[in-house]
Write a protein that binds this ligand. Sequence first.
Ligand code: GRF
Length: 193
Amino acid sequence: MTVAAIALGVLASGRGSNLRNLLELGYRIAAVATNRPSCGAAALARERGLALGEFSQRRFASSEERDAAMLAWLRERGVELVVNAGYDRILSSDFVAAFPRRIVNVHPSLLPAFAGGMDAVERALAAGVQVTGCTVHVVTDEVDAGPILLQAAVPVLAGDTVERLRARIQAEEHRILPEAIELIAQASPSLRQ
Ligand code: GRF
């Protein structure tokens, strides 16, 4: 089995550029789960005819219940590796334990700097750092603190806006997220059979 044949489950809440990139590179997206059915990633999943699971928090009494439903749905679709590509909820520990070292997250900063939240690019710009970037890491129970797989540095340029800086960071995300998936697959014989 080639790495591209691994059944990925993508969790997304945002525009969906990382999902689009994985599709363009030929990855097998077995399922896309979202907590925001109106987000760009969900629209892309519908457009491409991908299996789309909608798990809005308001449908569930707790985040644990939401994640249990999402886990069962992903399992039914044979998901082997979960990719958080702009997912804005914290996964419950039961969900994390169900995919040991099989969940990766992409975060738009050089972790551990600007961990947590969805405004890392804004915070980096406001802090006046000269270099920021992105990180792909394994998801553990501690938010944005699991083992780092890959990072890419992105210089902050004079006159940068959040949008311009974010665009350059995302270009790097689109490079290192697939590389990180390859790393996980190489380190996990069961994913390569
Ligand atoms: C990315 O910048 C990622 O780092 C962050 O959310 C953003 C998602 O972008 N966690 P997209 O929805 O893949 O375009």
